[in-house]
Design a protein around this ligand. Structure first.
Ligand code: PLP
Length: 396
């Protein structure tokens, strides 16, 4: 099996699992208990919080809150800020956010909030000027993802936060950092970003654990009320094994960052070049350099994406036709639509996302097999004259 769907989820690193195991068996004490038996889980949480502080590049571990996933982190940030500041009812976000962010704002729209959705250009880059124009004194929240899950495009969140704070210091800035975490360095203490959400399963921790970075002066209402855990901001007995696992995954992400930025990128670039050279109906949906190093999104013109995925699956390759949340539906991706990807490639767009566990032979295998799959699929495409035209244009 060749797994090239790491933006959907990643394999749990064996070193992460090893670190978790004691807390799934003998070290089962509730970390809030007073007896000695609870000391180990309590200190393991403290250590994990320090690791997460370093992962975010935050100043203090008190700025880190554990959650259950990226979606919860986003909801905690967005609802927490908006519920704390009910007079300001304007929000700015982008058209290409993940559904966990977009659908939260749709919900706020129903409550009477006004939301501006900023567009992107054909390469997936955010229209920052449009964002600047939309900023108002009553803007409660500006919310821009760090890296897009479908294209890997990195948005200039540091620059956006600088601008927002220079014009409207009270406006809060939330960044969905789920697809940036572990792929590019984060250094939140040197930025004006107020909150960043991440999800452990995107950087080799298991599913069911996430974190939210919150600058100390940000006031939030909790999403989950109850006990004192997470300093009253997120009640519920701590998920000790998963917190420990995410801490270890964060530490390993730091160790492997250079590999991610060089070797993973080299393999991604090789995959892109190999497919573009050998498959006449392939087009890169975005080729900009300012992308996370593991992601590519390629459109195969006049061919159905789901058919490509099934043929890839038949030869043991896992890829995706959109985000994990939109796969399973035949709706073309809202991200590619926002980029204005031509209809001819929209339905046949495939995302390949690599990880530090991707090997050269995996990439060679896909490069070798993609023309064979495409040969079969173009033969059964209903767009024969268009494909003939494309062949002529490409001289094949
Ligand atoms: N944000 C982005 C950019 C994502 O890609 C995802 C998951 O695909 C999420 C948020 C949601 O994360 P989780 O699945 O942990 O809730």
């Amino acid at each position: 099996m060749i797994y090239l769907d790491n933006n959907a989820t990643t394999a749990t690193d064996k070193k992460v699992l090893e670190e978790m195991l004691p807390f799934l068996s003998e070290e089962y004490a509730n970390p809030s208990s007073m007896y000695d038996f609870a000391k180990k889980p309590a200190s393991a949480i403290r250590e994990a919080r320090v690791k997460m502080r370093d992962f975010f590049g935050a100043k203090d571990e008190k700025e880190i809150f554990f959650t259950s996933c990226g979606s919860e982190s986003a909801n905690m940030a967005i609802k927490g800020v908006l519920n704390c500041n009910k007079e300001k009812r304007h929000i700015i976000t982008t058209k290409v956010e993940h559904p966990c962010v977009l659908n939260t704002y749709k919900w706020f729209e129903k409550q009477g909030y006004e939301v501006d959705y900023i567009g992107v250009n054909a390469q997936g880059e955010l229209n920052v000027d449009e964002l600047k124009e939309k900023l108002r004194k009553d803007t409660a929240l500006v919310s821009v993802m760090w890296a897009n899950n479908e294209t890997g495009v990195i948005h200039p969140v540091e620059e956006i936060a600088e601008y927002v704070k220079s014009k409207c210091p009270e406006t809060r800035v939330f960044v969905d950092g789920v697809q940036a975490a572990g792929k590019i360095p984060m250094n939140v203490k040197d930025t004006k970003i107020d909150m960043v959400g991440v999800s452990g399963h995107k950087f080799h921790a298991p599913k069911g654990i996430g974190a939210l970075y919150v600058k100390p002066d940000v006031r939030l209402t909790p999403l989950i009320n109850g006990g004192h855990q997470e300093r009253g901001m997120r009640a519920g007995t701590e998920n000790v094994p998963y917190i420990v696992g995410m801490g270890k995954a964060a530490e390993l992400a730091g160790v492997n960052m250079n590999h991610e930025l060089t070797e993973v990128k080299r393999l991604r670039d090789k995959l892109e070049a190999g497919i573009l050279q050998n498959v006449f109906n392939a087009r890169l949906n975005t080729g900009i350099t300012n992308r996370v190093p593991n992601t590519t999104n390629i459109g195969f013109e006049y061919v159905e994406g789901e058919l490509i995925l099934l043929h890839l699956s038949d030869i043991g390759v896992c890829a995706s036709s959109g985000s994990a949340c939109t796969s399973g539906s035949l709706e073309p991706s809202h991200v590619l639509r926002a980029m204005g990807i031509p209809f001819t490639a929209l339905h046949g767009s495939i995302r390949f996302s690599l990880s530090r566990f991707t090997e050269e032979k995996d990439i060679d295998y896909v490069i070798k097999n993609m023309p064979i799959i495409m040969d079969k699929l173009t033969k059964i495409s209903p767009f024969q004259s268009e494909l003939e035209e494309l062949r002529k244009r490409k001289g094949v």
